[in-house]
Design a protein around this ligand. Structure first.
Ligand code: ZN
Length: 237
């Protein structure tokens, strides 16, 4: 995981950038505040303003270490452009993503040692988390949205910090996920997301800075996925 501009400056939604490479409908920029997606989180979208007008950024794709921004038309860009992040989309994803950390914490509290086996935050305002859980009544899991909403209501601070990847790997509960933990940065650090007093874990996504910024959270469905896996589907209310 590189250190993303959106990690360093989470509130940066608009900035200039130079075009490093371009094809019709796709462009490489020298800097971008858009989150490229990953670890189950959908990428940011936005717009690029260039000499010829404004074109939507519909996707982000990393090929052989190069990050391409996919454009809404076949323009071939050059020179200096202005990048704007779709703040509404970013906010929705950050709400769902932060809420998924809270959900994870609530599951971990009720069923200590539970591992996350998958997670996904979608562009349509829905998400899911899969847990390695057996012999638990699905109604108990479905009722956890009340606990998540209680945490949202407490207005807890959400901080991002970095830890040495070697230390983090040996700290119980810190790298809780089997499949969604991000790789360390090139200098061996792991980005940690710390929700005051309830959750601390490695994550490379975008988050709120306070739980109170989330809309109410609703669990829509709990499914059995194989013998041990439970899939919890959720959305914002
Ligand atoms: Zn996260």
């Amino acid at each position: 995981m590189a250190v993303y501009l959106c990690h360093e400056q989470p509130d940066l939604h608009e900035h200039d950038a130079d075009v490093l490479d371009a094809r019709p409908g796709r462009v490489v920029l020298d800097r971008s505040a858009l989150h490229p997606g990953g670890g189950g989180q959908v990428n940011d979208v936005g717009w690029i303003e260039h000499a010829g007008g404004v074109v939507p950024i519909t996707g982000v794709e990393t090929v052989d270490g190069t990050t391409w921004h996919l454009l809404g038309d076949d323009d071939e860009l050059s020179g200096t452009v202005s990048v704007r992040v779709d703040a509404e989309h970013r906010s929705q994803v950050a709400q769902l993503h932060t809420d998924s950390h809270i959900l994870n914490a609530m599951v971990f509290e009720r069923f200590p040692g539970t591992l996350v086996t998958g997670a996904q935050i979608n562009a349509d305002g829905t998400g899911r988390m899969d847990f390695d859980l057996s012999a638990v009544d699905n109604d108990v899991l479905r009722a956890l949205d009340a606990d998540v909403n209680a945490v949202i209501g407490r207005g807890l601070e959400v901080r991002s910090t970095y830890a040495d990847a070697g230390d983090a790997a040996t700290t119980s509960g810190l790298v809780r996920s089997l499949s969604v933990a991000p790789p360390p940065t090139p200098d061996g650090r792991l980005r940690l997301i710390d929700i005051d007093s309830i959750d601390r874990q490695a994550c490379g996504g975008t988050h709120l800075s306070n739980t109170a910024q989330s809309a109410p959270f609703r669990i829509t469905k709990v499914e059995n996925k194989g013998k041990r896996n439970r899939r919890i589907r959720f959305q914002l209310d």
